[in-house]
Design a protein around this ligand. Structure first.
Ligand SMILES: [Zn+2]
Ligand SMILES: [Zn+2]
Length: 100
C-alpha cells in the first residue's frame, strides 16, 4: 500500500501536472500555485491516502468551497469516479515512486 506524504513538494507538483493543472471539480485550468491537493482518507483516524482514488486536485476556490460546505466523502469521490483512466494511472504511478 502506498502512503502519500503530502509534505513532499515534488510529488505534489507531479500530482497537479497529472491532471494537466486542471481542477477536478470545476474543470478550470489554473496555475500550479492555485491548485491544492485534497486527500479523502478511507480512514479518518490515520489520514492515510492509499492511492489515486483517495486524492483530489482542486483549485483554491473549489477547495475552500468543499471544506465550507462539509461535503460527504462519498460525494467528493464522485469527481474521482469520472476521472479519465490515464490520469488515474498517472497518479497511481507517481504515488508508487519512493518518497525522497
Ligand atoms: Zn475548481
Ligand atoms: Zn482539503
Amino acid at each position: 500500500m502506498t502512503i502519500l506524504n503530502l509534505s513532499s513538494a515534488l510529488h505534489e507538483k507531479q500530482l497537479k501536472l497529472a491532471t494537466g493543472y486542471c481542477c477536478e471539480s470545476c474543470g478550470s485550468v489554473v496555475p500550479h500555485s492555485m491548485l491544492e491537493l485534497h486527500p479523502i482518507p478511507s480512514d479518518n483516524e490515520t489520514k492515510i491516502v492509499s492511492g489515486a482514488s483517495d486524492i483530489l486536485v482542486l483549485c483554491t476556490l473549489c477547495h475552500t468551497r468543499l471544506h465550507d460546505a462539509v461535503i460527504p466523502h462519498e460525494l467528493q469521490r464522485s469527481a474521482i469516479r469520472i476521472r479519465p483512466p490515464e490520469v488515474m494511472e498517472n497518479i497511481n504511478g507517481i504515488l508508487s515512486r519512493p518518497f525522497t
